[in-house]
Ligand binder design. Structure first.
Ligand code: PLP
Length: 391
């Protein structure tokens, strides 16, 4: 049969997603509580839906410019300047993409040569690692200091840089841990990037989902980072728009030009209708974002409260996104087995930690983007299951 032998060399290194594996395993099971996926349960707010309907009714159904409509790029540029302290020219330095995910493959292919190295702050979002491999480059995980809330360690970064290192992948607020980098963390990353002339890929898709005293800072706004940072963001999480496949990237000068070149050959242009929806999202009322954030916060409190009942489970209190990343290794070192056991015995589906880096073995990622009742029921079942193991 054609397939395995016909695939390219580069595909041989690519791992299928551990989350997908869990979803496949749960297919056909009854009454499964899904806490494995980072998918807002909300429907896209009505004024955004209306803008898309209007676009369709008015026949806005054609290709747009490759980097997106100028009106949307202008809205993105204004937002970045107002909220993030990033100044980019909407005509040449903002590109609307078909979901933030697209930019990872593009950045890897545009800026990494075979044999180059890219630092990946670990725990990491898996696409950074796999896209580096797709480009023929070498992903170099850099462990964050878990005991200090996933702080960035200058020494750990420095000792992994060599003459082939080209880029740093980072995400804050983080998937899978929910940590939010402080200004000091970001300054450390910039210091290393400046010293060794590295690019920074900053994924800020969870910027609106922030709790407690945390504050989101865009690394691209820090001195020395402006010209070397590729800032990516999207509408999927803040506006519950995962299915619209729409996001954006901002970068200075030649960086944006190179990204746009590949963007053309990958998608030609993003969906015209989704662009109208995204424009309504950015320029319309923002109270919907805050309402959703407050609901995630309610779920987060419930998850933390339950998990705190089991002192054998270590976790860093998440301050952003909608994930918690507990370490269950006191119960089971093999997280894949543990996730399967949980699924089979409690019908709660979670994401195995090792998919987010070698050092994450024994962890599970639990998402609280599901409805409140499911989250509460799911986490209680996990805690009950652990209590039985203890007694
Ligand atoms: C960190 C991170 N970046 C990007 C994405 C993908 O976003 P988009 O829907 O904009 O492609 C996700 C989705 O879960 C994510 O967690």
């Amino acid at each position: 049969m054609k397939g395995e032998n016909t695939s390219s060399e580069r595909l041989k290194f690519i791992k299928p997603s551990a989350i997908r594996r869990m979803i496949d395993l749960s297919a056909g099971m009854r009454d499964v509580i899904h806490l494995e996926q980072g998918e807002p349960d909300f429907i896209t707010p009505p004024h955004i839906l209306e803008a898309a309907k209007k676009a369709m009714d008015e026949g806005f159904t054609h290709y747009t410019h490759t980097p997106g409509t100028l009106e949307l790029r202008e809205a993105v540029s204004e937002k970045l300047s107002r909220e993030n302290g990033i100044d980019v020219d909407p005509k040449t330095e903002v590109i609307i993409v078909s979901g933030t995910q697209e930019t990872m493959a593009i950045a890897a292919l545009a800026f990494l040569n075979p044999g180059d190295r890219a630092l990946v702050l670990e725990p990491y979002y898996p696409a950074y690692f796999e896209d580096t491999l797709i480009a023929g480059a070498v992903p170099i995980p850099v462990p964050l200091n878990r005991e200090e809330g996933y702080r960035v360690d200058l020494e750990e970064l420095e000792k992994r840089v060599d003459s082939r290192t080209k880029l740093i992948w980072m995400c804050s607020p983080s998937n899978p841990t929910g940590h939010v980098f402080t200004r000091e963390d970001l300054e450390t990353i910039v210091e290393v990037a400046k010293k060794h002339d590295l690019l920074i890929f900053s994924d800020e898709i969870y910027e609106k989902l922030i709790y407690d005293d945390a504050r989101h800072i865009s690394i691209g706004s820090l001195p020395g980072a402006e010209d070397r940072t590729i800032t990516v963001n999207g509408f999927s999480k803040a506006y519950a728009m995962t299915g619209w496949r729409i996001g954006y990237v901002a970068a200075k000068g030649a960086l944006a030009r190179e990204i746009n070149k590949l963007h053309y050959y990958m998608v030609l242009c993003p969906s015209s209708i989704s662009q109208k929806a995204a424009l309504a999202a950015l320029t319309g009322p923002q109270d919907c974002v805050e309402r959703m954030r407050q609901e995630y916060e309610r779920r987060r409190r419930a998850v933390i409260k339950e998990l705190e009942r089991i002192p054998e489970v270590y976790f860093v209190r998440p301050k952003g996104a909608f994930y918690v990343f507990p370490d269950f290794s006191r119960f089971e070192k093999d997280d894949e087995n543990f996730a399967k056991e949980l699924l089979n015995k409690t019908h709660v589906c979670t994401a195995p930690g090792s998919g987010f880096g070698e050092s994450c073995k024994g962890h599970l990622r639990i998402s609280y983007s599901a409805p409140y009742e499911s989250v509460v029921k799911g986490i209680s079942k996990i805690v009950e299951f652990l209590e039985k193991k203890i007694n």
